[in-house]
Design a protein around this ligand. Structure first.
Ligand SMILES: [Fe+2]
Length: 307
């Protein structure tokens, strides 16, 4: 399946496989090169991988929407402050534009939300932070609420504020944006999950990940999960860091049957610790050994559209 920005369809692709194009949106970054990763034609919200050339400068902000930008390489000067890889800028709807310039070619992920009203997020004030300076906050993965004592290991940094957690529902009224760290050995649940109330997209920033039905994820992988789309279980051998974005509060639903233990161990013990994580499409399970793969097919772990 070719990469598509259609949020109604489950997506799994490598960001660099999306052909670059000159961006017309978000307006503040018009003229920069980028790759459109997802788009909601109803709200106008779009997510893009952007490349900002050295020498670029312009005012960023205004009345047209909220721009959020995560810098992954290079550096920008934002309102007099220099930010490099791991820097984050949010310019909410209605705030005064910021002066932004680029001295070292920068690449990052931009989210443009024209449907965000003034006051939806950030108390209507720009947020400019280095992610490394934000504390990792422990996050209770919803499966843990259902199975006390289950292995935990989710740490998060909230980029979009406010980012409330109410029981097992996460994020503000128009969605969350977090950097998430899954620790080595994390298994989210032994079942697939879905999010009835939101669409979510995940961009891998580092580490390894395996999700039956898609395959293996690594830095530069992209997954889009429409509402009700079953996905998972979520496994990481070495740990990984993700950028997670939703368009509404994230709720969780888990689906039997559980994944076979043999499939978990096939990934956790079958992949070399010396191997660099890489993106790989594996719709029916891992390729090493026939039994785990067969177990995955028997368990019906291929993606399903219904909740
Ligand atoms: Fe999910």
């Amino acid at each position: 399946m070719s990469p598509s920005p259609d949020r109604q369809v489950a997506q799994f692709f490598r960001i660099d496989d999306v052909p670059p194009a000159i961006l017309s949106e978000p307006a503040p970054l018009r003229g920069c090169s980028g790759r459109l990763l997802s788009h909601n034609p109803d709200t106008g919200q779009r997510t893009a991988s952007v490349e900002i050339p050295a020498g670029w400068s312009g005012p960023v902000g205004g009345d047209g929407g909220t721009l959020e930008l995560v810098i992954l390489e290079g550096s920008l000067t934002i309102d007099g402050r220099q930010l490099g890889a791991g820097g984050f800028m949010a310019v909410p709807t209605g705030c005064a534009p910021l002066a932004v310039s680029c001295h070292r070619p920068a690449r990052g992920v931009a989210i443009w939300s024209p449907h965000f009203a003034p006051g939806d997020y950030y108390d209507s004030r720009p947020r400019i932070v280095r992610a490394v300076e934000l504390p990792w906050e422990p996050t209770v993965f919803p499966a843990e609420l259902q199975a006390p004592g289950r292995l935990h290991g989710v740490w998060s940094k909230s980029l979009r504020l406010p980012d409330p957690v109410r029981g097992d529902v996460h994020g503000g009224p128009k969605g969350l944006l977090r950097i998430v760290n899954l620790v080595s050995g994390f298994v989210g649940d032994h079942r697939q999950e879905s999010h009835p109330g939101c669409w979510e997209e995940i961009i891998w920033l580092s580490g390894d990940f395996f999700m039956p039905g898609t395959g293996r994820q690594a830095a530069g992988s992209y997954v889009g999960n429409p509402s009700h789309h079953r996905h998972g279980p979520l496994l990481t051998q070495q740990g990984c860091i993700l950028l997670v974005h939703t368009d509404a509060p994230a709720d969780f639903c888990f689906h039997d049957p559980p994944i076979p233990a043999s499939l978990i161990s096939a990934y956790m013990e079958g992949v070399s610790w010396l191997e660099a994580p890489r993106h790989m499409r594996l719709p029916h399970g891992p390729p090493w050994g026939s039994s785990p793969s067969e177990a995955a097919r028997t368990a019906g772990l291929a993606p399903s559209r219904a909740c």
